[in-house]
Design a protein around this ligand. Structure first.
Ligand SMILES: C[C@@H](O)C(=O)SC[C@H](NC(=O)CC[C@H](N)C(=O)O)C(=O)NCC(=O)O
Ligand code: NI
Length: 144
């Protein structure tokens, strides 16, 4: 199955300062999304010649602070990959004993944890897949 690295997410306390830092490393802001409901902003940074939707870094700015996360710079977020078929990938992982913390109920996004509890986001390449059991009725298992 085709799998492509998508981004690494880190949580930031000051978007402008963080963007200025990554600009010094040659990255540009490719995309920004504001999430009123969740009260956070996502900023995707990538090299200037990369325009295929992948980003080196996804900055997450929580408007109300980082839920008490440590401020030592190690409050890592997740690694993200886009996969050819998110249901088949999640089934393979589940068969290998990996917990699917956030099942792909929407046929688009799932979260799993590595053996070291690193959060890994999986996104469906292209359009979301049609709703399908057992995924459509699976519950989240803890915080992804
Ligand atoms: C767009 C896609 O790449 C995402 O990563 S959105 C995932 C989503 N992010 C948030 O909810 C950000 C705010 C949240 N308070 C946080 O700090 O994570 C999400 O499900 N994040 C959970 C995670 O483990 O990354
Ligand atoms: Ni992400």
């Amino acid at each position: 199955m085709k799998v492509e690295y998508l981004h690494t997410m880190v949580r930031v306390k000051d978007l402008d300062k963080s963007i200025a830092f990554y600009k010094m490393l040659g990255l540009i802001e490719r995309r920004r999304t504001e999430h009123e409901g969740g009260r956070f902003t996502l900023v995707f940074l990538c090299p200037p010649d990369q325009a295929d939707g992948r980003a080196d870094v996804e900055l997450t700015y929580n408007w109300d602070g980082d839920d008490g996360l440590p401020s030592d710079g190690r409050h890592f977020g997740h690694l993200a990959y886009r996969v050819e078929n998110i249901y088949e990938m999640c089934q393979q992982l589940m068969d290998a004993g990996v917990t699917i913390n956030r099942p792909p109920r929407d046929g688009h996004m799932a979260f799993v944890r590595s053996p070291d509890n690193i959060s890994v986001e999986l996104l469906q390449m292209g359009e979301s897949l049609p709703a399908q059991e057992p995924w459509a009725s699976m519950e989240n298992t803890g915080h992804w």
